[in-house]
Ligand binder design. Structure first.
Ligand code: URA
Length: 418
């Protein structure tokens, strides 16, 4: 065994032992239900504190940055071309330290920071030995391990579908009739405030959203629309992916390795829209897995949610060679799939990442500086344009503006203070 291999083994052993220590694992000694409950409450509380600390650090508090070795920089980010000059900001904010490159750990190697922050194992602090402390909290269903390989989130199989078939009520474009009625168990989140600019209420707005032109095979005939009405969001997204097939609609198909359709919760309230896959996304078939993706994950976590809670898609589903901007004909061929994804998801907020995605979705030539930080509208869905994480990697001083944009989303969705 080479010295390097030996080092790697020692490192992994160390991570494993840390993790074991963190979860208070002591062989198979069982814990009482009470101890486990207490432990889970403590873990939840510490997680909340950690999020608060991250958020506080954005306001320039002197909270220490998360400890950890730098995240492996394995991926290239799509360059964000020609970002516009920023207008002067109202309140200057310090550079958000949590977004600093190299401050995160790779999720799967790393024990939860709040559990492993040193000192005695938590079961000792609790006065009991939890049996399997590292179990997920009872309030969150177990996630299937193979989730990443699927284009859509298999969690929906464990949840009641959000969309229920409903009789058609309006004339007009067919897809509009596929309505969402939330049949999930009541969320613990506070209920949304009514939209200030909604004349007849949010429900009316949702019902009367204009829809995009049909996609052949998906919603281009009354039968297909009827079929869609019986499907869950996950089924609709899978069906849409099926309709896309081994796409050769544009020349991007010639050099791609994988179609990067989208990833995340089919019932997400927040959808992030990027430009198009980069090198690593093309190789893996999953959006935002490179360096920009790592930063996006941190931004999502700082909002008090996790990547699994949102949906992520791109304007074009195949990598433009050399990470060039997608051409107009490529956007024309591909964007209907994004529109159908968004109409299926019917999120409360769309966050467009970067100038390209913002201009495409909002069908405008406006500058990033004039769009970001201001609510926009896409067919009745609120849109918050913000900087692309790849741009933020090159211009870290803009992270504070991006954080302001995300805070506006958090405010709207009542995520603040969670
Ligand atoms: N940049 C994007 O716009 N999309 C990705 O999926 C990755 C990088």
């Amino acid at each position: 065994m080479s010295r390097r291999e030996l080092k790697a083994v020692v490192h992994h052993l160390r991570v494993y032992l840390e993790h074991q220590k963190g979860i208070g694992a002591l062989g198979s000694v069982p814990a009482t239900a009470e101890a486990r409950e207490q432990f889970e409450a403590l873990v939840a509380m510490r997680r909340k504190q950690e999020i608060k600390r991250l958020q506080a650090s954005l306001h320039g508090d002197s909270a220490p940055a998360p400890q950890g070795r730098p995240a492996p920089q394995t991926a290239s980010a799509r360059p964000e071309p020609q970002q516009q000059q920023q207008p002067p900001q109202r309140e200057p904010m310090p550079r958000p330290s949590f977004m600093d490159q190299g401050s995160s750990k790779k999720k799967k190697d790393v024990p939860p920071p709040e559990i492993n922050s040193g000192g005695s194992p938590l079961w000792k602090q609790l006065g009991a030995r939890p049996e399997s402390i590292f179990k997920k909290s009872a309030s969150k269903p177990e996630q299937p391990a193979a989730k990443r390989s699927a284009p859509v989130d298999p969690r929906e199989q464990e949840r009641p579908p959000r969309s229920q078939p409903e009789p058609a009520r309006h004339a007009g474009p067919a897809f509009k009739e596929v309505r969402r009625q939330d049949s999930r168990p009541p969320s613990k989140r506070p209920q949304p405030k009514p939209r200030a600019n909604s004349l007849f209420g949010e429900e009316w707005d949702r019902q009367n959203r204009p829809s995009s032109p049909p996609v052949k095979g998906f919603d281009s005939s009354p039968e297909q629309v009827r079929r869609l009405e019986t499907m869950t969001n996950m089924e609709k997204l899978s069906f849409l992916r099926e309709c896309m097939g081994d796409c050769t609609r544009c020349k991007l198909s010639q050099e791609r390795t994988n179609i990067v359709f989208g990833d995340g919760d089919p019932n997400a309230e927040i959808v992030f829209v990027g430009e198009g896959p980069g090198f690593h996304e093309d190789k893996q078939g999953i959006p935002f897995v490179g360096k920009a993706g790592q930063l996006l994950n941190k931004m999502i976590f700082a909002m008090g949610i996790e990547r699994e809670d949102v949906y992520i898609a791109n304007v074009v589903k195949c990598r433009p060679p050399g990470n060039r901007d997608p051409a107009p004909d490529e956007i024309r061929m591909c964007s209907p799939f994004l529109y159908k994804q968004l109409e299926t998801l019917q999120p409360r907020v769309i966050i467009t990442l970067g100038r390209f995605a913002s201009q495409c979705l909002l069908d405008t030539k406006r500058s990033m500086g004039s769009m970001r930080g201001r609510w926009q509208d896409w067919r009745g869905v609120e849109v918050m344009p913000t900087y692309h994480p790849a741009y933020l990697l090159r211009n870290p001083e803009s992270k504070r503006e991006a954080w302001k944009d995300l805070q506006m989303v958090m405010e709207k969705l009542d995520l603040k203070g969670r």
